[in-house]
Design a binder for this molecule. Structure first.
Ligand code: MG
Length: 205
């Protein structure tokens, strides 16, 4: 991975381990020729840089889908709240300025397209087959199932579905991401690739 982008990814706020990020980078590079890459849940751009640098290396495009108002657990008073991202005038979270700063620092402004809206709204207007779909949005069952239903059918044959925050042990973390991962396995449409830490990876048959 290009060292400038890697440095930006390592420094960005976020919850993705470097090993997971480097695997996403490798997959992005491999899948970008199949179609655009879509990331659900960009937050401040950590995963966007790993994916975007891979897309750029292959001449592809990354689409970052996020409403930037924070997930359930990032709201004021919640476990993952970051007061630096609170827009007092709006009375709401706003991670968009940080995402833009991160992408600019990584030199990815011409590679990443930002779709600032809810995943369900974006999926309604999206029909281009995807080279890769990375789901790392809201972690409620409703949000994760919505991301799954709205987007998984759009992955091109040979493309990748990656899902972050798989916790086989419920004491380690929420169960919504691993539940949609299991749906994907049960659908018979995917082959499982090795999981990297909490990053599940499936290839569309
Ligand atoms: Mg995550």
């Amino acid at each position: 991975m290009d060292p400038r982008a890697h440095g930006v990814a390592l420094a960005a706020k976020g919850f993705l381990h470097d090993e997971e990020g480097l695997r996403l980078h490798e997959l992005a590079r491999e899948c970008a020729p199949l179609g655009p890459l879509v990331e659900i849940g960009s937050y401040c751009g950590k995963s966007s840089v790993y994916l975007g640098a891979g897309a750029r290396a292959a001449g592809g495009t990354l689409v970052c889908v996020d409403h930037h108002r924070g997930s359930e657990e990032q709201q004021p008073g919640q476990l993952y709240h970051d007061s630096d991202l609170f827009d007092a005038e709006a009375g709401a979270m706003d991670s968009l300025p940080l995402l833009r700063r991160t992408l600019r620092a990584a030199g990815l402004e011409d590679t990443a397209v930002l779709l600032v809206t809810r995943s369900a709204v974006a999926s309604r207007i999206w029909s281009t087959p995807l080279g890769l779909l990375f789901i790392d949005g809201g972690h409620t069952f409703e949000a994760a199932e919505g991301d799954y239903r709205g987007w998984v059918g759009k992955i091109a044959r040979g493309g990748i579905l990656a899902i972050h925050d798989l916790f086989p042990d419920p004491n380690e973390g929420g169960q919504a991401p691993i539940t949609i991962y299991r749906h994907a396995v049960a659908s018979g449409l995917f082959d499982e690739l090795p999981t990297i830490r909490t990053l599940g990876i499936l290839r569309r048959r």
